[in-house]
Design a protein around this ligand. Sequence first.
Ligand code: AFP
Length: 336
Amino acid sequence: MTHISLTRYLVEQQRVHGHIPSELRLLIEVVARACKRISISVNQGALGEILGAAGTDNVQGEAQKKLDVIANEVLIEANEWGGHLAAMASEEMEGIYVVPNRYPQGEYLLLFDPLDGSSNIEVNVSIGTIFSVLKKPENGGPESGVSEQDFLQSGAKQVAAGYCIYGPQTTMVLTVGDGVAMFTLDREQGSFVLTQEDIRIPEDTKEFAINMSNMRHWDAPVRRYIDECLAGRDGPRGKDFNMRWVASMVADVHRILTRGGIFLYPWDKREPEKPGKLRLMYEANPMGWIVEQAGGAATNGRQRILDIQPKKLHERVSVILGSKNEVERVTSYHTK
Ligand code: AFP
């Protein structure tokens, strides 16, 4: 079997479809290289002195783990000097990180959740890195500065999105708007190898993912949907459902890409003014686009995730994504 590396895949995509400019290709390769480094740290576990709390809080007031901080630094250091980026934004940093003056500025903006699922680090369960790429709006020519405002673009404007899951295998999943491809890290060669192309999520499913401990706080439409799933074969759905919840969005989404399913982290009554737990720019937009590119759907219960106009960098959102017919069903329970 011919091994197609990530580099070769991107070069061939560029040749055939012409929609991956070389700067974007370089950006994706640098992110992949950073993910390889993070993967090495994750694999070292207790041997690498990377476990435990960092002793700091991030902008959302959540305690940072050492690995959150390490992954954030790895991504910044890998990406700041290449000339392909204007600025970066991370779930772990309050403001944007503008590429320092000593390096050339490019036209792309990179957003990332450096280490998603950090509660799973210590327990040796899959975690991941999620990223999203936007183009800097051409508001003042290439010489103009970059501001937080430039990042506030809807998910539909993304030019690349992906995630890397650090599990039994390290796998990178990527879209540049022409389907979804999967690459597995060959640890001996140190390169990502194409292992699946044109991934499709089945439109129907018998598997849902939600944190059931929040059931008493849910809104009526989510309650109705889950109640109907739980009623199984004798209920209105006429089939038995299974449940999975990893508490790492990357792992739950990865399972859905592999065999279908629906993932929900809905708004709930605990903090009514908060639209949801997950972050629009670092989690929902990239995952939403990947899922759509694989034939699935992603909404906040009322609206397509990718159509939401963000008002702030760290905006939160309610998320329902996965197998198309199920997502449409839950969404219709909200809107009808
Ligand atoms: P952490 O990175 O803070 O562990 O959060 C992970 C996450 O944002 C997402 O990956 C999970 O789906 C979700 O939170 C799990 O949340 P609960 O712990 O409330 O189930």
